[in-house]
Design a protein around this ligand. Structure first.
Ligand code: ATP
Length: 771
């Protein structure tokens, strides 16, 4: 290759490179120019923003200055005022301080002057008036003496009043039975339309007509106040130291809750509608307020006995909500019934009692029955426990003497000083609330006597209805059975009536709880509540029977009670049906019923009889259950309805006697027994008795049969019947008789209305083949 070519090429290449560099430089210049232009643009923007911010700062600074000016204007004026006030106050304070210093000086001067006068007076009293002082002291002593005499007379009078009051109560009977017939109410007509007894079952057949066998009878027109007036004296006895129990007994819907608590209708809250519990609480606090010298505290507890369980209705859960808690009742070593852990609330007024009660009523077991839509299914027991402390006269006399000595000792001292011993001792004696706070230093008797605790038990029992009438089944039937069992346990009153050595209080929670109010000199008032209608006649008779038996109880003062019985009282059943009823009642009380025929045979022992009954027709019903008394009562009520006209011909059948109950004991202690209760059909119905209208009643054609018979008196119950049966078995074994030990007959001849010469029997059936 030629040399020049090479150089040209090299130059050309260099030119090319330089051109290339130039182009890239030019591009770079362009870029920089663009950047510069952009920077100019941004500079212009920033400048503009800076200018605007400066303008805004100027405006804000102006505004701030303006505001500062305003604030200064608004605070300066009050500040100036405040300062002038402070000045004025400082001036006042100086004046007050000056006045205080002046007064203090004056007080000091007056105090000095007073001390001087006191010195002069005291010297004068000691020297010139010694005689007068002695006379005054003698007068004081004589006044104290007459005060003591007055106090003693007052005490004696009070004791006499107490004795007379309680003798009066005893004469009336420590156990009183009142009866209240409620008015006819709209639900009686509904009952009547549902009833198989015909349209007449709402007919009024019960009237309160006179006093004969029951202490007091209240008719439908008697208001709550009139009923309470008769109960009121018992509250005085309560404060005199007696236990008192007031219980309402009767079938469901008969007015127990109405009588004990008052109307439960929400639009019926007038005080006149209040029942015995609120009225008794008011009266109690009224009586307490009239005895300022004595110290009383009242605590309330509320329990219900439901299905033989005791529930504490005032117990609260952790959140303070009321919940029923199960408790047990025990008898203490001193023979008092007590419920450990029971909740007691301290109350200061009847309003507090009612507040607790209305909360508790929401917890109480209720359920509708055919008879009563809001039926209480438990026994409610409201107990007001009163703790009373009386001032101890011995301690007061002791205190008075020491105070007098102090007066004498301290008369030369500063008697006017608030710290002087006289004033101190008198102040502490007036506020002594317990023996511990007594100011006595020397051994002295306690200021208050031992506290006395008395109980007022107010009981709204559950209804004493039979299952057929109330139309309950299932769990409610079990409830009814528990109710009836606990009510029949109240037959302990019957055991008392017969003055039996052993009274089985502990057989039921209810009687165990009420034990203190049934024994000894406690006062018991049973308010029998009855319906006025034909429909509930057998329940009414049952309740009256319970009342009559209760009325019979003789405790410590039998002579007095008998005297009371003569001039006391009864319910009579009347109206058109009345004549027949009265005839029946007459027979019930005095006897004279038609009996089945029998012939007697010679017996080996003189403590039993051998009888052969002729073939006869009986009307019967069978009841199963564990409780003999309850079954007998249920069976009796069914048959009573039958003879009252609850049969296909709607005819009444004359009552006969005896009522037999064939007892077929169940095997084992917990098994149910069967009880066939029977009435002998009177001669006129033997051939063709009216057919029963319920399947539970049937006829029994008893073929000729021979029985061994043991007779006993009083009111029969399962316990004394068993005892008599054992005696009969012993006699028959002794004489080598052949007999069946079961089933056996329990036989009764009298209604509950017959009070004396009662006749009961136990029969054992002779084995065939006995000569
Ligand atoms: N003397 C009376 N005057 C007016 N109304 C009454 C009277 N007695 C009861 N009543 C009314 O009859 C109804 C049933 O009465 P209550 O609730 O007192 O019956 P009870 O015997 O307590 O029934 P249970 O045992 O089923 O609870 C209630 O509506 C009540 O207000």
């Amino acid at each position: 290759m030629p040399h020049f070519l090479k150089r040209d090429q090299i130059f050309a290449h260099q030119v090319h490179l330089l051109e290339h560099k130039l182009r890239s430089k030019e591009e770079r210049i362009l870029e920089l120019e663009t950047e510069t232009a952009l920077l100019h643009l941004r500079l212009a923007e920033c400048m503009g923003k800076l200018r605007r911010d400066q303008e805004e700062d100027v405006i804000l600074a102006k505004r701030h200055c303006q505001h500062q000016g305003n604030v200064q204007k608004s605070t300066l004026v009050p500040l100036a005022k405040l300062l002038s006030h402070v000045q004025a106050l400082k001036k006042d304070l100086r004046n007050v301080f000056a006045a205080y210093v002046g007064l203090a000086t004056e007080l000091e001067n007056q105090s000095k002057q007073l001390s001087e006068w006191m010195g002069i007076i005291s010297r004068a009293v000691q020297s010139d008036q010694a005689g007068d002082t002695q006379r005054l002291q003698a007068q004081v002593a004589s006044l104290e003496h007459s005060l003591q005499e007055e106090k003693e007379r007052h005490r004696v009078e009070r004791m006499r009043r107490r004795e007379i009051h309680n003798t009066l109560i005893e004469l009336r009977g420590n156990i009183r039975v009142h009866c209240r017939v409620r008015p006819l109410l709209p639900f009686d007509h509904i009952q009547s339309s549902l009833s198989t007894n015909g349209p007449s079952s709402s007919e009024v057949v019960v009237q309160a007509v006179s006093d004969y066998l029951i202490n007091r009878v209240h008719g439908p027109e008697d208001a709550q106040d009139a009923v309470f007036e008769e109960v009121k004296p018992l509250l005085t006895s309560l404060l005199d130291g007696y236990n008192v129990c007031i219980m309402a007994y009767g079938q469901t819907g008969s007015g127990k809750t109405y009588s004990m608590i008052g109307s439960q209708d929400e639009d019926c809250t007038h005080p006149e509608q209040e029942g015995i519990i609120p009225k008794a609480a008011k009266e109690l606090f009224k009586l307490i307020s009239g005895k300022p010298a004595e110290r009383h505290t009242v605590e309330v507890s509320m329990v219900e006995v439901y299905n033989n369980e005791l529930m504490d209705l005032l117990a609260k859960d952790e959140d303070g909500a009321a919940v029923g808690v199960k408790r047990e009742v025990i008898t203490t070593s001193t023979g008092i019934s007590e419920v450990p852990c029971l909740t007691y609330e301290l109350v200061h007024s009847s309003a507090e009692v009612m507040q607790l009660l209305s909360a508790v009523l929401r917890l109480r077991a209720h359920s509708p029955t055919l008879v009563h839509r809001d039926s209480s299914r438990s026994h409610l027991v409201v107990t007001l426990t009163v703790t009373s402390r009386n001032p101890n006269p011995q301690a007061l006399t002791h205190r008075l003497q020491s105070v007098r000595q102090n007066v004498q000792r301290g008369s030369q001292k500063q008697w006017w000083s608030p710290r002087c011993p006289i004033a101190a001792s008198s102040r502490s004696s007036s506020s002594a609330s317990s023996p511990q706070s007594s100011p006595c230093h020397s051994p002295c008797p306690p200021s208050w006597q031992e506290p006395l605790r008395t109980k007022l038990q107010l009981v709204d029992l559950a209804g004493s209805e039979c299952a057929g009438t109330s139309g309950v089944s299932g769990a409610a039937l079990w409830e009814s059975s528990c109710i009836n069992r606990s009510l029949s346990a109240l037959s302990v009153l019957g055991a008392l009536a017969e003055q039996r050595p052993h009274v089985p209080y502990r057989n039921s929670k209810l009687t165990h709880l009420l034990q203190d109010s049934i024994v000894g000199d406690a006062k018991l008032l049973v308010m029998l509540c009855v319906s006025p209608t034909q429909h509930f006649l057998s329940e009414t008779l049952q309740s009256l029977g319970f009342g009559y038996r209760t009325r019979q109880i003789q405790r410590d003062t039998p002579h007095r009670r008998n005297a009371g019985l003569k001039r006391n009282s009864a319910v009579l059943l009347s109206q058109e049906t009345g004549e027949k009823m009265l005839r029946a009642m007459g027979k019930m009380v005095f006897g004279g019923f038609e009996n089945p025929k029998y012939t007697t045979q010679k017996s080996k022992g003189d403590d039993y009889e051998v009888r052969t009954y002729h073939t006869t027709q009986w009307v019967s019903t069978t009841v199963s259950g564990p409780e003999q008394d309850e079954a007998l009562s249920t069976g009796f009520r069914r048959l009573f309805k039958y003879i009252q006209g609850n049969n296909e011909k709607q005819v009444t059948v004359d009552m006969t006697s005896p009522v037999t109950c064939l007892v077929n004991p169940g095997e084992g202690p917990t098994c149910e027994s069967s009880f066939t209760v029977s009435f002998y059909l009177p001669e006129e119905h033997q051939a063709e008795p009216p057919k029963p209208s319920i399947p539970e009643i049937f006829f029994e054609n008893r073929k000729e049969f021979t029985v061994f018979v043991r007779t006993f008196g009083g009111f029969a119950n399962s316990q004394n019947t068993s005892e008599e049966l054992l005696k009969l078995i012993e006699s028959l074994k002794r004489d080598g008789m052949r007999f069946k030990e079961a089933p056996y007959y329990r036989v009764g001849y009298d209604s509950p209305f017959k009070l004396v010469n009662r006749r009961n029997e136990v029969w054992l059936i002779q084995e065939e083949g006995q000569e």
